[in-house]
Design a protein around this ligand. Sequence first.
Ligand code: SF4
Ligand code: SF4
Length: 147
Amino acid sequence: MLVTRKTGFLQKGYMIEVFKGLFITMKHFFFSKKVTIQFPEERREYSNRFRGLHYIKAVNGVENCTACMLCPTVCPAECIHIVAGERDDKEKYPVKFEIDVLRCCFCGMCEEACPKDAIKLSNIYEMSIRERRVYDKDFLVEQRGSK
Ligand code: SF4
Ligand code: SF4
């Protein structure tokens, strides 16, 4: 059986649906709250609990870290690599301290585990892994004042 449906002029040209769509677009354009910002001119405020770029605390240019190896042990991503050395006063220190940021999941466990409060995560979120994939000790110490 052949079923035919009567369509008027507006339905044939899909005009009602076109105007409905336009109305919804205009409504959102003029009356909805904007969810985007003009980055980098505008920046969002993040919580103090935000975990971003790592840094190592240092006093008078000497890092707090004693190369105790707790942070690489707890790190679930196994992205911290430390080579320990000994100073003249028999204190241990990291000769090499690297974080492979491409593997890091920013869980903050290294910060929590550190007994010397040496490794921290700042609230900086602008990190380009194209420029720097591995954070070495010098870079991590340089970031200490940036929180
Ligand atoms: S934040 Fe987590 S994954 Fe990243 S280095 Fe620290 S412990 Fe490892
Ligand atoms: S940063 Fe802290 S936990 Fe990691 S090796 Fe140094 S002292 Fe130990």
